[in-house]
Write a protein that binds this ligand. Structure first.
Ligand SMILES: CNc1nc2c(CC[C@H]3O[C@@H](OC)[C@@H]4OC(C)(C)O[C@@H]43)c3nc(N)[nH]c(=O)c3cc2[nH]1
Ligand SMILES: [Zn+2]
Length: 373
């Protein structure tokens, strides 16, 4: 087992690339999709089921876990891997994004952010130093810098000031992270949809030096067209030999477009969240199990899918248990959705390695009927 963190690029096809991130807790095949385990659980899934879908790494979160059950309690209990029974790599987000989107009575200063918990109203403070301390207590393998992510649309001045604050916080995160062998610290590029601000952010982060680089500040309401416009230049502004992580993305066609433009890692709540609302994602598009037309349909969600849901259950059953509000509905649809997202990633990894990404992408778009199927 390697004692260090390293990234090896194995193949490129256009701007798309495939590789392997080695960590002391195991390898991460890229391009990678990371299921979201916000409160120390991938909702509706046992950890062994998450592993069975093909996930090499999952996400935890500073904001949620510092409020409940607290990072100190998780540390006393052996750390997040032990606590949630997941022995593979864990990446934790630094909390800034969630404070701005979830907490109440937030106050942002140069020092950090003070806020009241959305759980019980208690007062808290997050700074780069405290975020590093929390992620160390959790024991996460990949730590994210503490940053500020402005909502789009925003004016040039707001985006510039926010990015420069995040770069000062990136330096403080690096200084507080220290020299943790085998653990990685990722910088987060900001700069909204302004190319020269993105370039300034990338130069600042390269000057500090990180084990990987996230593209932050996207998937915040700008829409796919603007996101792809930014992804036409942002990955290339970052070091070619380090992993590039696009935060919070996305729908299957967002993911394919991001991999095509050089992204190596992504996370999104979509497959798990939509699994709990009766929505299934398949190679032929979305299926809404609420729809009464499934009531007598004996076919599986997807005839070609090898997941347990598609192997053993009919659409009629999935429709019934959703309508009846049974817990197994969220379990079966989440499992299928996570399996499908991982199958998408495996398809792209294989296609890039074989130099046929364009053909694979063409088939991906051709197979997808629009709307409900
Ligand atoms: C959905 N769009 C989106 N998410 C973003 C994130 C958070 C990503 C985290 O939020 C959750 O996804 C909503 C995921 O579950 C947990 C575990 C909470 O962590 C993941 C970001 N995080 C930081 N630090 N900086 C950013 O600029 C940023 C931009 C994002 N855009
Ligand atoms: Zn399936």
């Amino acid at each position: 087992m390697s004692t260090r963190f390293s990234f090896s690029l194995q193949a490129t096809d256009g701007r798309a690339r495939s590789g392997v991130i080695s960590t002391p807790r195991g390898e991460i095949r890229t391009p990678a999709f990371m299921p979201v385990g916000t409160a120390a659980t991938v909702k509706a899934m046992m950890p062994e089921s998450v592993a069975a879908t093909g996930a090499d790494i999952l996400l935890g979160n500073t904001y949620h876990l510092m409020l409940r059950p607290t990072a100190e309690r998780i540390a006393r209990l052996g750390g997040l891997h032990q606590f949630m029974n997941w022995q593979k790599p864990i990446l934790t987000d630094s909390g800034g994004f969630q404070v701005m989107s979830l907490a109440e009575l937030r106050k942002l200063t140069e020092e950090g952010v003070t806020f009241r918990s959305h759980v019980d109203g208690s007062k808290h403070k997050l700074t780069p130093e405290r975020s590093m301390e929390i992620q160390k207590l959790l024991g996460s393998d990949i730590v994210m810098c503490f940053d500020e992510c402005p909502a789009l649309p925003a004016d040039h001045t707001r985006i510039a000031e926010s990015m420069r604050l995040s770069m000062r916080w990136a330096q403080r995160s690096r200084d507080a992270f220290g020299d943790r062998q085998g653990h990685a610290l990722f910088g987060i590029q900001q700069g909204g949809d302004v190319e020269e601000l993105r370039a300034e952010s990338a130069e600042a982060l390269k000057g500090i030096e990180f084990d990987g680089y996230a593209i932050g500040g996207l998937a915040v309401g700008e829409g796919q067209e603007i996101m792809f416009q930014v992804l036409d230049y942002a990955p290339g502004q970052l070091p070619v030999d380090k992993p590039r992580y696009l935060m919070g993305v996305g729908k299957p066609d967002d993911i394919v477009g991001a991999v095509k433009r050089g992204v190596d890692m992504m996370d999104c709540v979509l497959p798990s969240r939509s699994g709990r609302t009766g929505q299934a994602w398949t190679r032929r598009g979305q299926v809404n199990l609420k729809n009464a037309r499934h009531a007598d349909d004996p076919r599986p969600l997807d005839e070609q899918c090898t997941c347990p849901t598609c192997r053993h259950y009919s659409r009629a059953y999935l429709h019934h248990v959703y309508r009846a509000g049974e817990m197994i509905s969220g379990m079966l649809l989440t499992w299928h959705n996570l399996h499908y997202f991982q199958e998408l990633m495996q398809g792209m990894r294989d296609a890039i390695a074989a130099g046929r990404f364009d053909a694979w992408e063409e088939d991906f778009h051709a197979t997808r009927d629009q709307g409900d199927i």
